[in-house]
Design a binder for this molecule. Sequence first.
Ligand code: FAD
Length: 460
Amino acid sequence: MTVEKATGQPRVVIVGAGFAGLAAAKVLAKTPARVTIVDQHNYHLFQPLLYQLATGMLEPADIASPIRGIFHSRSGVYVQLGEVTGVDFDARQVLIEGDEPLAYDYLILAAGASVATFGIPGVEEYGFPLKSLAHSVRLRSHLLRQFELAEIDPSLVDEGALTVVVVGGGPTGVEMAGSTVELFHHVLKHDFPELEVGRSRVILLEATDHLLPPFHPESRQHAVETLQKRGVEVMTGQAMDRVTPNEVTLKDGTVIKTRTLVWAAGVRVCPLADALGVEQTRGGRVVVNDDLSLPGHPEVYVVGDMAASTQEQGGLLPQVAQVAIQGARYAGKQVKARIEGRTPDPKRFTYKDKGIMATIGRHAAVTELPNGPRFKGALAWFMWLALHLVYIVGYRSRLAALLNWAWNYITYDRHARLIFDPVEASEPAKEPVRELPPAAPVARAEADPVPAPQERRRPG
Ligand SMILES: Cc1cc2nc3c(=O)[nH]c(=O)nc-3n(C[C@H](O)[C@H](O)[C@H](O)COP(=O)(O)OP(=O)(O)OC[C@H]3O[C@@H](n4cnc5c(N)ncnc54)[C@H](O)[C@@H]3O)c2cc1C
């Protein structure tokens, strides 16, 4: 019998310290319960700014905060590092890789989503996804290294060394394309004066006929025009067929020489959802009741990207931060009421839309508030900056992000343009490292004084 069971203290386990897990834990802190957050990383990651890490604007610690630090002053919240591999719903235990099972009285599952490659040949092996700190740091190193390689051997520019193809015209793809073109034209142009940086290409590829699907057509048009003015080649209605280390081939047969495919085209639910043995939607999200509890298990709640939470009028809610935060707060309050011997709220979970926004680059963004008001350009960009500052976790990270943004605003400089590959061994075991064949002909690679590109080893 565990200590908690002996003392009669209710045990709440929260799996995942993303937006949802943190929000639930904050509601449950200082209740009579012992709350344990289990995460495979020791940090909470602010995913919406991963593209800024990948393009040298911010550093890892600016967008990631140690979970233990977040809960220092909150009594009753404990943190455990570990990868959850499943749940024994009958025994009420969370199964953790290489560790003892963790018993619970209430469980909140908030393990998020992972990358979906839709089985497109080559994406898993050669694409650069943007879902984790390691992904972004590898992409940053890879982008910068292409410039170093091209300076040594300018013929590599013809081979696509300075060509970046971003796949996916949603907010992440738009943000990544806009930020990459700024990095090339405003920063790397000065770093590599002997290189024809003007010959670099940033291509944004979207299979449907428009960017930013949830936005108003006027906002979409603004995004396309702004990106094009800044040098991004926007290709809508063009689907990708396959990618190799040296080229991307489109469905219509067009071949684009490139060594960099940024994959911003889709998410799938986290692997844990598949391991639970419960009902899932086609995209893998866990089917939940209106109160976000798991059917047949009123003591288990599923929230955030992992849950197939629905609107009151039907239809799945989007996998975005606000849905995760609001759902987790609701589930946390339901659990809190039960722990305190009160009746949980009989009303279903209702999502309050607070609007949508996407940044396109310096002084350019689109913001749409619920019920109509739309903003674009510099005003929308300042709104975007302010909101992201509010939501970055921790005063230090906020201050660091603000300083970096201010520095970039004044100087255009991107201080974090470091070639620095993370040690693969520190990555979770389920993200295997794969070797890629060399992108350049062997003779040139051998003659190359620059070390073999580490970034070509990346998770599948
Ligand atoms: C590049 C990018 C840009 C985005 N931009 C925006 C944006 O601008 N606006 C917006 O609203 N949303 C954006 N999103 C979506 C938003 O980040 C997600 O909706 C949100 O993070 C979901 O929160 P969550 O808590 O459900 O999952 P997550 O934040 O993904 O957290 C899940 C946590 O669970 C942990 N975990 C997963 N599996 C296990 C396991 N087996 N064992 C232990 N721990 C585990 C993970 O380490 C992670 O800490 C973006 C996402 C990405 C990837």
